[in-house]
Design a protein around this ligand. Structure first.
Ligand code: SF4
Ligand code: SF4
Length: 648
C-alpha cells in the first residue's frame, strides 16, 4: 500500500483534513494534488505583458538556459526580472494599501469621527510625531495626531524627495542608499514606476529593473509597513507580552464562534469590544450558547492576539479547516490571504462568510462594508448575525482537542524595556550577550504557509535548529503561529529547545527563545530592533555589520518577496525555501545571490531543506561575528577588589 502523504506536522490540521476527506469537502491541500505547478511558470520564464505573447522561454531539459528571446526580442533576463519586480510591486501595494487605510482611519480617530477608536498610546504618538518633524511643544494631543495623520498620508503620494522614515535607518545605510540612488520617494510612485518600467518595451536591462524593485521594496519596509505598524500601535496600543492560546482547539462547542480573518485590525478590535457588551452576552445565552467566542485567523489573529490575548485559531493553511469543524457561526474576511475556497466550505455548513472591505468581495459571501464612522454598530450587527446563526448548526461538529499556551506581543519597545528595565530601557544586554557569545546572533524567521511543503514543518525544523545553536529568533506572520502550536513561544521552551547560552539569557530575562513580534506588516519592527542594536554600539555601524539574518522557509505571498527584498537591501542575508522565482535566469539569480553582497552587503539565498538553510544562516552569523572580532565567546569580567589590586 502506498504510504499516506504527510500534509502537516500539526495534529489538528491532520484530523480536520481527515474529516474533510470523509465528508468530501474541497480544501487547498486536496486541490494542490490536482493542480501541479506549471514548469515554465515556476521558473518565471514566461512573459505575458503584451498580446504578442505569452512568450515562453524555458530552460532546456538539462536545466541550461536556451538562447531564446521573446517576439519583441526581450531576453530571459528581462522576462525574469520583470516578473520578479512585478511581484515585489504587488506585495508593496498590498502592505501599503493596508497602511493607507490605517492612516485614513487614524485621521478619523484623531478628528473624533471613528466610532470606538481613540489615541491609546500617547507616548508613541509623540515619538512618531518627532520622527515626522512635527513641533509638539504646547500642542494638544488631538492636534498632534491630526497633523501626524496628514503628514503620514503625504508619504504615499509624495513625488519627490525621500520618505521620512528613511531617516530612522543607521546613517551609514542611509548614505549607501543615497549613493546607489534607491531611496524611495512616495510609496505609490515607486509601485507605479515598477509597473511602468515592466510594461512592454520600456526598461530592458535586468539590473536596472531590479534596482527599481529594490527602491519599491524599501518603500514597503521603511514606508508603508512601518507607518501602518506605528499608527496601529498609537490607535490600538503598542503590544506588550500577553498570554494567549493557539490552534483550532480554541473553538468552542457550546459558544457562538466568530472567526476574524485577514489583515486589517479595525473590525476585529471593535468585535473584541462588542463581544464584551452585556446586551450581546445576554443574546448569546438566549440562543442557548454559553457566550461569544472570538478567535483569529492569519494576521488579523496576530493583531488581536497581541493586544487583547484573543485566541488564535490558526495560520494560513488552516483557514478552510476552521470551517470544516462545523462549529463556526460566522467568519469575517477583509483583505489578503483569504482563499476563495472558503465560501464553498462555508456552504457545506451553516457558516456565514462575511466580506468587510471595500477592496474585496467573494462571490456568494455576504458583503457588509466596514466604515470607521459606524464601526462599532457594525461589529454589534455582525455578532447578532452570528448569534442568530448558532441554532442552525448542521452536520457533524468536530473540534480537535489541540490548543497551546503562548506568550506574544514582543514589540521593539517591549524588548527594549524587558532587557533594560523601566529606568534603563536599552538593547545593551542583548548586545552584551551577543558580544560575550551567549547569543550567537539574531534571526528573523517570518512568512506564510505553502501547500507545496508539509504545513509548518519547515518553520519548525529551521527555528529549532537555530535556537539549538544559540540564535535568538524573532518571528511574525504565519511562521509565528507555527511556533506557537509547537510550544516554542513560552519561556519554558528555552530550557527544552535552546542551546545553553541562549537558554541562560532567556531564563534570566524571562522570555521565550522565539519572540512573536506581530503580523507580516510588522516585519518593520524587526528593522527597528536591528537599528536599535546598531545604535546601542559594539556591533558595527550598519545593519549589514550585525550578526543578524532573515528567512521565510514556507513563503507563498508576493508580500513575502517585498519583505525579503527590503531585508536584503537593508543589509540582511535572507534565505527563502519552497521555491525561488528567478530560477529561469542564471544571471538574474547570480545578481541577487552574489552581486547583491557587493552592492547592498546583504543578499538572497534559496535552500529547500530548512535545516541546511538554518546552517547557511548560522555561517553568515559566524562570518559577521568574525568580522567584528567576536569569533570566540568573550566573558564580560566584572573585577572585584582583589583583581583590581592585582592590576595596580
Ligand atoms: S513583451 Fe515581448 S516577451 Fe513579453 S509577451 Fe510581449 S512580445 Fe513577448
Ligand atoms: S504570513 Fe503570509 S500567509 Fe500568513 S497572513 Fe502573512 S502573507 Fe498571509
Amino acid at each position: 500500500m502506498a504510504e499516506e502523504k504527510k500534509r502537516s506536522i500539526d495534529k489538528a490540521t491532520e484530523e480536520l483534513l481527515e474529516k474533510a476527506e470523509k465528508e468530501q469537502i474541497s480544501t487547498a491541500f486536496f486541490r494542490a494534488d490536482e493542480i501541479r505547478p506549471c514548469p515554465i511558470g515556476v521558473e518565471e520564464s514566461c512573459c505575458k505583458v503584451c498580446s504578442m505573447g505569452p512568450c515562453r522561454l524555458p530552460r532546456s531539459k538539462k536545466g541550461e538556459e536556451k538562447r531564446r528571446v521573446g517576439v519583441c526580442g526581450a531576453t530571459i533576463e528581462t522576462v525574469v526580472a520583470r516578473n520578479f519586480a512585478r511581484k515585489i510591486a504587488a506585495g508593496t501595494a498590498a502592505h501599503s494599501d493596508h497602511a493607507r487605510e490605517v492612516v485614513e482611519t487614524f485621521l478619523k480617530a484623531a478628528l473624533g469621527q471613528a466610532q470606538g477608536f481613540e489615541i491609546k498610546d500617547e507616548v508613541k504618538l509623540l515619538e512618531v510625531a518627532l520622527d515626522f518633524n512635527i513641533e509638539i511643544e504646547g500642542k494638544e494631543i488631538k492636534d498632534i495626531a491630526v497633523e501626524l495623520g496628514r503628514k503620514a498620508l503625504d508619504e504615499f503620494g509624495k513625488q519627490h524627495g525621500e520618505l521620512v522614515y528613511i531617516g530612522k535607518a543607521p546613517l551609514k545605510r542611509q548614505e549607501l542608499w543615497r549613493r546607489l540612488g534607491v531611496v524611495p520617494r512616495g510609496v505609490d510612485r515607486e509601485v507605479v514606476e515598477v509597473m511602468h518600467r515592466t510594461h512592454m518595451g520600456v526598461d530592458q536591462d535586468y539590473t536596472h529593473i531590479i534596482e527599481q524593485a529594490t527602491r519599491c521594496a524599501l518603500a514597503d519596509g521603511w514606508g508603508g509597513s512601518m507607518i501602518s505598524t506605528d499608527l496601529q500601535d498609537i490607535m490600538f496600543g503598542t503590544p506588550v507580552p500577553v498570554v494567549g492560546k493557539i490552534n483550532l482547539g480554541v473553538l468552542k462547542e457550546d459558544e457562538v464562534n466568530v472567526v476574524v480573518h485577514g489583515h486589517e485590525p479595525f473590525l476585529p478590535e471593535l468585535l473584541a469590544a462588542a463581544s464584551r457588551d452585556p446586551e450581546i452576552k445576554k443574546l448569546a445565552e438566549k440562543a442557548g450558547a454559553k457566550g461569544i467566542n472570538l478567535a483569529g485567523m492569519c494576521c488579523s489573529a496576530n493583531e488581536v492576539l497581541m493586544r487583547h490575548g484573543i485566541p488564535c485559531a490558526g495560520n494560513f493553511l488552516q483557514q478552510e479547516l476552521a470551517l470544516v469543524t462545523g462549529a463556526v457561526e460566522l467568519m469575517t474576511v477583509d483583505v489578503q490571504c483569504q482563499m476563495q475556497g472558503l465560501q464553498d466550505v462555508a456552504a457545506c455548513f451553516h457558516t456565514k462568510l462575511v466580506t468587510t472591505s471595500d477592496r474585496a468581495k467573494i462571490e456568494g459571501a455576504v458583503h457588509m462594508e466596514f466604515h470607521p464612522d459606524s464601526g462599532l454598530d457594525m461589529a454589534k450587527k455582525i455578532l447578532k448575525m452570528a448569534i442568530e446563526n448558532y441554532p442552525n448548526r448542521r452536520g457533524s461538529v468536530y473540534i480537535p482537542d489541540q490548543a497551546r499556551d503562548i506568550v506574544v506581543g514582543f514589540s521593539h519597545e517591549t524588548i527594549n524595556y524587558l532587557l533594560g528595565g523601566l529606568f534603563r530601557a536599552s538593547y545593551r544586554p542583548l548586545n552584551d550577550n551577543i558580544i560575550n557569545g551567549r547569543i550567537r546572533g539574531v534571526a528573523g524567521v517570518v512568512g506564510c504557509n505553502n501547500v507545496r511543503t508539509v504545513h509548518d514543518s519547515a518553520h519548525i525544523a529551521m527555528i529549532k535548529e537555530l535556537i539549538k545553536n544559540d540564535v535568538l529568533v524573532l518571528t511574525t506572520g504565519c511562521a509565528a503561529m507555527a511556533c506557537g502550536k509547537e510550544g516554542l513561544l513560552t519561556p519554558e521552551a528555552a530550557r527544552e529547545f535552546a542551546g545553553d547560552g541562549l537558554a541562560e539569557v532567556c531564563e534570566a530575562v524571562g522570555i521565550p527563545p522565539v519572540l512573536h513580534m506581530g503580523a507580516c506588516v510588522d516585519n518593520s519592527r524587526l528593522l527597528i530592533a536591528a537599528t536599535a542594536m546598531v545604535k546601542e554600539g559594539g556591533l558595527g555601524d550598519d545593519l549589514s555589520d550585525l550578526p543578524v539574518v532573515g528567512a521565510a522557509p514556507e513563503w507563498m505571498s508576493e508580500k513575502a518577496l517585498a519583505i525579503g527584498q527590503y531585508f536584503v537591501a537593508s543589509g540582511v542575508f535572507t534565505v527563502f525555501g519552497t521555491t525561488w522565482p528567478t530560477v529561469g535566469s542564471e544571471k538574474v539569480t547570480r545578481h541577487l545571490f552574489e552581486e547583491f553582497e557587493e552592492i547592498y552587503k546583504g543578499m538572497w539565498a534559496y535552500e529547500e531543506d530548512p535545516v541546511k538553510a538554518a546552517h547557511l544562516m548560522i555561517s553568515q552569523i559566524d562570518k559577521k561575528r568574525k568580522a567584528l572580532g567576536l569569533e570566540k565567546a568573550r566573558e564580560r569580567v566584572l573585577f572585584d577588589m582583589a583583581m583590581r589590586r592585582e592590576l595596580a
